[in-house]
Design a protein around this ligand. Structure first.
Ligand code: FES
Length: 81
């Protein structure tokens, strides 16, 4: 296990659940298993982050990704390598 990993925070509050955060969590797990991201990230489920209207919400390196999906997450991870 690497000594240093970046955290990816995925909101699992009630509004984000309605907007599909469970599917997004699965997709995020797939993304961080890709070759160039493998072992570098840790997924953390959070409670509401107060961006409910724009859920599902993901935070990567202090960047809030609203209405997150697999593509937006991939782009954010590539931008914050
Ligand atoms: S429920 Fe996800 S930001 Fe509020």
């Amino acid at each position: 296990m690497a000594l240093y990993r970046k955290f990816i925070f995925v909101c699992t509050g009630s509004d984000c659940k309605k907007n599909g955060c469970k599917g997004l969590l699965k997709e995020a797990k797939d993304v961080i298993k890709l070759d160039d991201h493998k072992g570098k990230y840790k997924l953390v489920k959070t409670k509401c982050m107060d961006f409910c209207k724009t859920g599902p919400v993901v935070v990567v390196s202090n960047e809030v990704i609203k209405k997150a999906d697999k593509m937006k997450l991939k782009m954010a991870l590539d931008a914050h390598k």
